[in-house]
Design a protein around this ligand. Structure first.
Ligand SMILES: C[S@@+](CC[C@H](N)C(=O)[O-])C[C@H]1O[C@@H](n2cnc3c(N)ncnc32)[C@H](O)[C@@H]1O
Length: 436
């Protein structure tokens, strides 16, 4: 009897140790999984496309405390207070999480339901066109960009970050020597994802962000303040950053042609990879000017004089808090050779700019001028262009036009490490161009 009692104490002890071991194993596995889910949440990866490691559902099911950790890594993460993903996205995330747990018959932590009800009672955001997307960059810091929730809005593709930019950024992070001590110029930079990461992580000589769209440039200038400015500027802008919107007329013919080049029609905003398809028609909107106090304008570049030194003669501005960083209105279709030469680029970067047959001659003119300007010596200018291959004919037309100008290329190896959570189902390639 005594012996039996001792055995049962020992058994109980062993069982408890086993349970503790398995719990701590789950917890250490779950740390990696939670990090992945958290990164996808802040990048606003479409909820149905989020990657959940197979065991995650089981872990969440067994341990309600892991559900709370998940909450702390997403909805209750401090980043979510300052730079939240869109309200509709947060709601959908929670709804699917609860469905997932319910379908597994899990004991659901009260905090999960509370967080969901809190979200449901949030007043609808007056501007559901803009949201924050945050990206985890090395060595473990987030950058937060204000972006449009639509892939295409205001007739431009420049108000969101595209896969090719994330792909080329991953590649530069693995090959930082390419931009080290270089004068880097980015064409069609959109909201600045790649440049902001490079300015944060690499030793560039200078970085010039260029684009043609005035609203893209305006939001880009804010994204630069948020992320490359001193902390005070980041906080100040976060609190005053909701930009009002007002309606503008339908797209111009040229914008229409660009959108169809990306496989995007006026009433479909997806290019194979977006789950919120039917909203483009409603998104013909433009940011208002209510926050334009102290703004200066130079050739469609509207920036805050507090943060930027503007050179009105060439539509460019230099960031006061980091003079390596420049912003420039540059439209491939109407840019003078001299303006391009003055950029003195020795590395040119561009992501997802080859999607429209009609724009290829102008883009090739810009690349030819930049690549030929500085083609001697050991700092020979090179261009790295990343493209999502939606249409091989468009890519081939671009290559033929580049070759006819004596510009050669070689294919660059894909980045090895997957840092960002973009859709990889459509191939993306990086080509390196140089004047032969
Ligand atoms: C598909 S978006 C890519 C944005 C960014 N590179 C990215 O990958 O996230 C194409 C960009 O090219 C810019 N663009 C289109 N036509 C242009 C032109 N004629 N001159 C300069 N930029 C142009 C758009 O404003 C937009 O920002």
């Amino acid at each position: 009897m005594d012996g039996n009692a001792k055995k049962s104490v020992r058994e109980t002890f062993l069982e408890e140790t086993d349970r503790d071991r398995s719990k701590s194993r789950l917890e250490s596995n779950s740390e990696e999984s939670l990090k992945e889910i958290s990164s996808q949440f802040f990048e606003m990866v479409p909820v149905r496309k989020m990657k959940w490691k197979d065991d995650d559902a089981a872990m969440l099911m067994i341990h309600p405390e892991l559900q709370i950790q998940l909450l702390n890594a997403t909805l209750k993460h401090p980043l979510c207070q300052s730079f939240p993903p869109a309200l509709s996205y947060r709601l959908y995330f929670m709804k699917l999480l609860i469905q997932k747990l319910e379908s597994e018959d899990a004991t659901i932590a009260d905090e999960i339901y509370e967080a969901y009800t809190d979200l449901l009672s949030c007043p609808e955001e007056d501007d559901e066109t803009l949201c924050y997307k945050s990206y985890l960059i090395p060595p473990g810091e987030y950058i937060s960009l204000q972006e449009s929730v639509h892939l295409v809005s205001q007739g431009t593709t420049g108000l969101s970050t595209w896969q090719a930019a994330q792909h080329l950024t991953e590649w530069v992070l693995e090959n930082p020597h390419v931009v080290s001590n270089r004068t880097v110029v980015e064409l069609g930079c959109g909201l600045g994802f790649m440049g902001i990461v490079i300015c944060k992580c690499c030793q560039i000589n200078s970085y010039t962000f260029t684009d043609c769209h005035s609203q893209v440039l305006k939001l880009l200038s804010k994204n630069i303040h948020f992320n490359l400015g001193i902390d005070r500027a980041r906080q100040e802008l976060a609190s005053s950053s909701k930009v009002k919107i007002k309606k503008i007329p339908h797209q111009t013919q040229n914008q229409h042609s660009q959108l169809s080049g990306m496989g995007i029609s006026e009433d479909c905003q997806s290019s194979k990879d977006v789950d919120s398809i039917a909203r483009l028609a409603k998104s013909n909107q433009i940011f208002g000017d209510e926050d334009d106090e102290n703004s200066v304008e130079a050739n469609q570049l509207i920036v805050k004089s507090k943060f930027w030194n503007v050179d009105a003669s060439c539509g460019s501005a230099s960031f006061k808090q980091d003079p390596r960083v420049n912003l420039c209105h540059l439209d491939w279709e109407c840019v003078a050779q001299k303006q391009l030469e003055n950029l003195n680029a020795d590395i040119i970067l561009a992501a997802d700019v080859v999607y429209d047959l009609s724009i290829i001659p102008a883009l090739v003119f810009v690349l030819k001028t930049l690549l030929r300007h500085n083609c001697l010596g050991n700092k020979k200018t090179r261009a790295f262009i990343a493209s999502t291959i939606r249409n091989e004919d468009t890519r081939d037309a671009f290559l033929i036009a580049m070759a006819s100008e004596g510009l050669s290329y070689s294919m660059v190896e894909n980045p090895k490490q997957r840092r960002f959570f973009y859709d990889r189902s459509v191939p993306i390639e990086i080509l390196e161009f140089y004047a032969s």
